[in-house]
Design a protein around this ligand. Structure first.
Ligand code: NAD
Ligand code: UFG
Length: 349
């Protein structure tokens, strides 16, 4: 059997670099396209250290159609995993144009080039944030979409575009229709257990786990817990945290599922990638303290604008159709985050 080449946009980033490890370990050839706007190429050297195999790396912006065309001509991928995108909710409210240009226009250029090269298998990084506000706490894929900030809307718009693309040619091009998996991530945390790759946020982290890790290592003085008066088990926000390794395995499962019934005559389908249950902010702090022996200096602060009290995935569809479910525990997520943080206190620098 010929070895498939998977083109990974954003492959130098946090989730992308872990995906490269899993793809290489699963026997795929890997080509990475990344403009390094939020990452360092060192991550790909570390991927090689872990796997003993190299990815072919192109420093390029996915909006540069000519470059992308040349890469497709040379590398002949069969499948694309599309991680490249900007992801900071606050920044997206300040600079919506930047977010729509990068995330929406970038995907348009990518899918145009894919279409021109007849590459029609795509796994897209979507987000639970597309669900917006609902009175449900457990999200199933059939809930209506209603994102509440420009970042979330950029993901929701891309989902719409991809659904339209698949619908347009599932009947007219039965020989090679689009097969698109929209993977809606809940809260990815953790790192590869080697401690060689992990999340390396620019500046002060927005997200809970990297913030806690930087307080533990002494880079930041104190964690603010955003609200302790939510209607949750201990008053703090509850999220469905998922180990990044479980998450990237979901992408491999999606690629395999392109040969399964639901994709045979073309389709664009959304799947939640989450554990199916949540942990509170205090659960995370307590587990971190237990596993690392470090005490986390924190104070209760006002709620953060735009935060919801509690939500978690219904992951049944991914189990049924992708044969995927999470395997790692909160302890694994905390231990692997700490292993990465303590071995790389300054990230990749
Ligand atoms: P990341 O910032 O670490 O990785 C994204 C990568 O894409 C970076 O290496 C960046 O340099 C690259 N990139 C950005 N714009 C590009 C462009 N125009 N051309 C080429 N490369 C570009 O982020 P991540 O956490 O690894 O997230 C990966 C994807 O998953 C993103 O699309 C993000 O929106 C999505 N997602 C992330 C989370 C999360 O909590 N981390 C949750 C849901 C969805
Ligand atoms: N939190 C704190 N203090 C912090 C940071 C976070 O108490 O310093 C709390 C939040 O209030 C929330 C929980 O920790 O209750 C998790 O917050 P994160 O910022 O880590 O994650 P979010 O659930 O807010 O958002 C994440 C990504 C978004 C993505 C969303 C999808 O950051 O990009 O998940 O569900 F859209």
């Amino acid at each position: 059997m010929s070895i498939h080449t998977v083109l990974v946009t954003g492959g130098a980033g946090y989730i992308g670099s872990h995906a490269c490890v899993e793809l290489l370990n699963s026997g795929f050839n890997v080509v990475v396209v990344d403009n390094l706007s939020n990452s360092k190429a060192t991550s790909l050297d570390r991927v090689k250290q872990i796997t003993g195999k190299s990815v072919r790396f192109y420093e390029a912006d996915i909006r540069d159609k000519e470059k992308l065309n040349n890469i497709f001509t040379k590398e002949k991928p069969t499948t694309v995993i599309h991680f490249a995108g900007l992801k900071a909710v606050g920044e997206s409210c300040e600079q919506p144009h930047l977010y729509y240009h990068n995330n929406v226009f970038g995907t348009l250029v990518l899918t145009e080039v894919m279409q021109e090269h007849n590459v029609k298998q795509l796994v897209f990084s979507s987000s639970a944030t597309v669900y917006g506000i609902t009175d449900k706490t457990q999200y199933s894929e059939d809930l209506p979409i209603g994102a509440i900030n420009p970042y979330g809307r950029s993901k929701a718009m891309v989902e719409d575009i991809l659904r339209d693309l698949a619908a347009a040619d599932s009947k007219t091009k039965p020989d090679k229709p689009w097969k698109i998996a929209l993977l809606r991530y809940f809260n990815p945390i953790g790192a590869h257990d080697s401690g060689l790759i992990g999340e390396d946020p620019n500046g002060i982290p927005n997200n809970l786990m990297p913030y806690v890790a930087q307080v533990a290592i002494g880079k930041l003085p104190q964690l603010s817990v955003f609200g302790d008066d939510y209607p949750t088990k201990d008053g703090t926000g509850v999220r469905d945290y998922i180990h990044v390794i479980d998450l990237v395995k979901g992408h491999i499962s999606a690629i395999h599922a392109f040969n399964k019934e639901q994709f045979l005559s073309g389709n664009c389908k959304a799947y939640n990638l989450g554990a199916g249950h949540g942990y509170s902010v205090l659960d995370i702090i307590n587990t971190f303290e237990k596993i690392t022996g470090k005490s986390i200096n924190y104070k209760i602060s006002p709620r953060r604008n735009g935060d919801l009290a509690e939500y978690y995935a219904n992951p049944e569809l991914a189990l049924k159709e992708l044969n995927w479910k999470v395997e790692k525990t909160l302890k694994d997520m905390v231990a692997d985050t700490w292993n990465w943080q303590s071995k790389n206190p300054q990230g990749y620098q």
